[in-house]
Design a protein around this ligand. Structure first.
Ligand SMILES: *[C@@H]1O[C@H](CO)[C@@H](O)[C@H](O)[C@H]1NC(C)=O
Ligand SMILES: *[C@@H]1O[C@H](CO)[C@@H](O)[C@H](O)[C@H]1NC(C)=O
Ligand SMILES: *[C@@H]1O[C@H](CO)[C@@H](O)[C@H](O)[C@H]1NC(C)=O
Ligand SMILES: *[C@@H]1O[C@H](CO)[C@@H](O)[C@H](O)[C@H]1NC(C)=O
Ligand SMILES: *[C@@H]1O[C@H](CO)[C@@H](O)[C@H](O)[C@H]1NC(C)=O
Ligand SMILES: *[C@@H]1O[C@H](CO)[C@@H](O)[C@H](O)[C@H]1NC(C)=O
Ligand SMILES: *[C@@H]1O[C@H](CO)[C@@H](O)[C@H](O)[C@H]1NC(C)=O
Ligand SMILES: *[C@@H]1O[C@H](CO)[C@@H](O)[C@H](O)[C@H]1NC(C)=O
Ligand SMILES: *[C@@H]1O[C@H](CO)[C@@H](O)[C@H](O)[C@H]1NC(C)=O
Ligand SMILES: *[C@@H]1O[C@H](CO)[C@@H](O)[C@H](O)[C@H]1NC(C)=O
Length: 867
């Protein structure tokens, strides 16, 4: 309800024309029942449980409310039709969206397609509703979301996340925690926020691992992993779909601390030989600067597979009652701490505290309790672990309350909802106008969980998604999905100045004195003299040689719609609702930035290519959007080589090594790690600006798997995670260095460390050592012009918007899958633009209406009507 995260509905037409004819594919089928048998494991997905007596209600655009039920009718008439199972209320009109539905299964993806709807006046067919099911083991308050649609749309797409779309969860992980407390520092490491997404990494032999942290791999398209498997090997070559997904690690309820190292051991039931099974170990490594949590496969030792998972959640220096969201924004609820909050319901009162004990009348350790008939019941123990869910919204979870139904214990979930003047909700829930009051509100008290929404401006950091999933239908590797992450391009210090295509200048569409400034996914960085409307992400201004400061500033739009990935290497960002268009006063200016992968481009820079009507289109060649590249390693010269762009990096001469060797402290001793040698695998990660080197070495603990991360940075800094405790023998070295930047075609970022030449040791896990020395950034990097140091951003998982755009995308696929007429009608809907990929939207002056209500809301929860 607080989300300003909005997504374009994008359809990729090119991939739709093929591959749907064969209906003897056992992984593609439909049923009129309300349950289906999962084809790989024979598990039943019983979706009848999604039926409820009161229909699900979701707010769509301005005047629209969607009501739908699964596996049965609405329970009320829609426009006089008692048989309706989906209904659209638009102002005071009602439209039947369907009276029945079909359940479709497509390679792990499940969706309901409603049919027999009313005629759609603006199209040549009927209204239609698609409800996509996504696996989610944690019951979020907001389960249904509507994908953005145009004013004249006839087809609507709703995503519904539910545990009923998951394979069954083992009892051991059903609790809603996934944490471990450090007995020494008292710090609580909570990794549950990582469970909202699956993570992937290559095994460097043509297969991939799909991994979930704290929960089994979320079942879905191309993620049909065995029940209870958290580490799942996907054999991309396997034609037998029953053998394609292999369990390499069974889900574990909590991480563990071993000798100060945070890790998770996951045994599996998959036999390795007669006596041993495969098993996996995930090593969590703290990095407060990382732009996104990253999974890497370090290597295998016989039957044990080692992974590193680099994330800020493994750090122990975040203050309590704060959390880091995607975008590396810190949300801080400490100002709400230490107060007692009370919520009354008829005959019962709830009392709770924020990040602290609730106080009287609750018991001493209770974060929340219920008083009813003079009896006090614990609703969960307090903690100060502020978490953030997949959309970056912060919440608190108090578990371990009193027994609730004889089996489960009560818990309390307090979700913080952004409330400010832009998002205020005007009394839709109870009609008496006070629903927009700041502060707490009970949303639900069933399923052994008390759910409270706490409206506060402190939660308003939510911004559009700059990391999204790209769905590639017939991708080379057949995995279907990859993530496009442009958060490294978000600038915190500079605005990018666009170049202008010469044709625009010679054609006199743009005066020479006009300059264009923009940021990526975020508003412009405020600069003196650049007086664009606050919050604009793109701006044009006249900059004469006569006047020092820009004049006649015009906004080219605001960051209101999330990044849209067309495929793994092309994505588009749109900024909307800018200043009034000079040539058409009914239209607002808007901008589009198209990002393309070019490994040799570095961060790159935007170029204004065309101006059509009131839309300014920029193109941005960058390697930030490029997929990882497996490099060649020359063992003789100790060089990393990117053959595609013919770039070399001489590791042997690297300034952080001593002729290719680095010293690794080992207790009071040290040993030399030889970076050069045989069987090195080097892989670029352009998105994060680093090169990973994987190899094995003889270390004091035996044969060690080594991951060396060479991170392009203005600082020279080394963080060593040498885990030689117990049977472990792994070495993960984070080496920040300006030296690698050139190989990645990046300019060297300015140094962040003010200290000079000091070596320091960080007191994180016992075996971690940090050495830091400041290095003056060499002038003139490869990448100049527009290459600004990007803001450090961190993404804990992927993002709501990705789900939305996925929904639409697959929905569009669904539409195309069945009838050529429909395919044509959707084509017509898209005909306004000429590129292969189109927005399912209408003219730019209508865009604004489609996107946001005046109060900044887009979708709303179906749960508000429950109470
Ligand atoms: C509702 O369904 C019943 C039987 O299923 C049918 O007889 C009736 O005509 C339907 N009503 C409408 C308004 O379509
Ligand atoms: C919303 O409904 C009102 C009254 O029913 C109508 O005047 C207005 O035009 C509608 N707005 C949209 C965007 O449909
Ligand atoms: C997959 O198949 C391709 C071509 O058929 C082959 O080159 C590759 O080695 C195979 N990969 C694996 C992991 O078997
Ligand atoms: C290996 O997995 C099987 C189940 O497939 C289990 O019965 C057995 O105990 C496991 N063996 C070991 C050594 O963990
Ligand atoms: C199975 O593999 C383990 C680990 O590599 C090894 O220690 C053991 O001897 C092997 N057992 C057999 C029967 O090969
Ligand atoms: C709940 O709190 C209100 C106000 O504090 C009080 O008047 C009422 O008696 C309480 N109800 C119960 C059931 O304790
Ligand atoms: C919201 O509006 C009120 C009244 O116009 C104003 O006093 C307040 O400062 C505004 N709050 C924010 C966060 O803009
Ligand atoms: C809705 O919000 C606006 C601005 O915040 C306010 O002026 C108006 O009175 C509110 N309406 C209701 C019904 O609360
Ligand atoms: C990605 O899409 C663009 C057009 O939208 C196309 O030119 C390009 O070939 C596509 N790339 C891949 C890898 O499919
Ligand atoms: C828009 O332009 C038309 C004619 O060019 C003019 O009549 C009208 O008043 C203008 N509207 C606004 C809001 O400026």
């Amino acid at each position: 309800m607080n989300k300003q995260v909005i997504t374009f509905c994008v359809s990729i037409l090119i991939v739709l024309d093929s591959g749907y004819a064969e209906n003897n594919d056992p992984l593609i089928f439909s049923t009129n029942d309300c349950e289906l048998t999962e084809p790989v494991y024979g598990e039943k997905f019983n979706l009848k449980a999604l039926h409820s007596d009161i229909a699900k209600v979701v707010k769509g655009g301005k005047n629209d409310t969607f009501e739908y039920n699964i596996c049965g009718s609405l329970g009320r008439a829609c426009n006089g039709d008692n048989n309706a199972s989906a209904c659209l209320r638009r102002g005071n009109q009602e439209f039947v969206l369907g009276t029945q539905h079909q359940l479709n299964y497509r390679r792990g993806k499940m969706y309901f397609e409603f049919s027999n709807g009313a005629k759609c006046a603006s199209g040549d067919g009927e209204f239609k509703l698609f409800v996509f099911l996504g696996c989610d083991y944690t019951l979020d308050a907001k389960q249904s979301k509507v994908t953005l649609y145009s004013a004249n749309a006839c087809k609507f797409y709703i995503s519904l996340e539910t545990p009923y779309a998951c394979l069954p969860e083992p009892e051991t992980v059903k609790s809603s925690g996934c944490s471990v407390q450090d007995p020494v520092t008292g710090h609580n490491y909570d990794l549950l926020a990582l469970s909202d997404f699956n993570y992937r990494t290559s095994d460097r032999h043509g297969n991939i691992f799909t991994v979930n942290i704290c929960k089994p791999v979320l079942y879905g398209e191309m993620a049909m992993c065995p029940k209870a498997s958290s580490v799942c090997l996907v054999k991309l070559n396997s034609t037998d779909y029953k053998k394609r997904f292999v369990d390499y690690g069974t889900v574990q309820p909590n991480p563990i601390l071993e000798n100060g190292n945070l890790l998770m051991r996951l045994p599996s039931p998959t036999p390795y030989n007669a006596t041993h099974n495969y098993s996996s170990t995930i090593h969590f490594i703290c990095d407060n600067e990382i732009k996104s949590s990253q999974l890497s496969f370090i290597g295998a030792k016989e039957n044990v597979y080692d992974f590193s998972f680099t994330t800020p959640l493994a750090c122990n220096n975040n203050p309590p009652c704060t959390t880091i969201t995607h975008g590396n924004e810190v949300l801080d609820m400490r100002s709400l701490q230490g107060k007692t909050y009370e919520l009354s319901m008829p005959l019962k009162n709830y009392t709770f505290g924020i990040c602290s004990n609730a106080g009287q009348p609750c018991l001493s350790n209770d974060g929340s309790c219920l008083v009813e008939n003079q009896q006090t019941t614990s609703m969960g123990r307090s903690n100060s672990q502020l978490r953030s869910d997949r959309s970056g919204s912060p919440y608190l979870l108090y578990t371990d309350g009193a027994l609730c139904d004889g089996q489960n214990k009560w818990s309390t979930r307090i979700e913080f909802v952004c409330a400010n003047n832009a998002t205020k909700d005007n009394g839709t829930a109870n009609g008496n106008g006070d629903s927009n009051a700041l502060g707490p509100k009970i949303i639900e008290n069933k399923n052994c969980q008390l759910l409270i929404h706490f409206q506060t401006p402190l939660a308003c950091h939510e911004q559009i998604a700059c990391k999204v999933k790209a769905y590639v239908e017939h991708s080379e590797d057949g995995t279907g999905e990859e993530v496009v992450d442009l958060t490294p391009l978000i600038s915190a210090t500079y605005n990018y100045e666009a170049e202008i295509n010469n044709a625009l200048i010679t054609g006199q569409q743009v005066p020479k004195s006009t300059k264009f400034f923009l940021n990526v996914c975020r508003p412009l960085v405020p600069k003196f003299g650049l007086g664009c409307p606050g919050g604009s992400a793109a701006c044009m201004a006249k900059v004469d040689s006569s006047s020092a400061t820009p004049e006649e500033e015009k906004s080219l739009g605001f960051p209101m719609a999330s990044l849209v990935a067309y495929n793994r290497t092309v994505a588009e960002l749109r900024y909307l609702r800018g200043s009034i268009c000079p040539t058409d006063n009914k239209t607002e200016l808007s901008a589009s930035i198209k990002f393309n992968c070019d490994m040799s481009a570095g961060l790159g820079k935007p170029i204004l290519q065309t101006i059509t009507d009131c839309l300014y289109e920029f193109q941005w060649m960058t390697n930030v959007i490029c997929p990882s590249h497996m490099c060649t390693f020359n063992e003789e010269t100790c060089e990393i080589i990117n053959d595609d762009i013919n770039f070399h990096y001489e590791l042997k001469k690297a300034p952080f090594t001593d002729a290719g060797q680095i010293k690794i402290p080992n207790g009071k001793d040290e040993f030399k790690l030889n970076i050069c040698g045989n069987h090195r695998k080097a892989e670029t990660d352009y998105s994060q600006g680093l090169v990973n080197l994987f190899f094995t070495t003889e270390a004091p603990c035996g044969n060690a798997n080594v991951q060396l991360r060479l991170i392009c940075s203005g600082d020279s800094k080394r963080v060593i995670n040498y885990d030689n405790a117990g049977k472990e023998c792994n070495l993960v070295v984070h080496q920040s260095t300006p030296d690698i930047c050139k190989f990645l075609r990046r300019a060297v970022p300015p140094p962040t460390a003010p200290d000079s030449g000091v070596s320091s040791t960080v007191a994180t896990p016992t075996t971690t050592t940090t050495t830091k020395s400041s290095t003056a950034a060499p002038a003139g990097g490869v990448d100049n012009g527009g290459a600004h140091p990007a803001e450090q951003t961190g993404s804990i998982g992927a993002i709501l918007a990705a789900i939305l755009s996925l929904t639409c995308f697959v929905a569009c696929l669904g539409v195309f899958a069945f009838s050529p007429e429909r395919r044509n009608s959707v084509r017509r809907l898209f005909r306004r633009t000429t590129s292969a990929v189109r927005y399912s939207r209408v003219q730019s002056n209508e865009e604004a209406n489609l996107l946001l209500e005046t109060n900044g809301e887009f979708t709303d929860s179906d749960d508000e009507l429950l109470l």
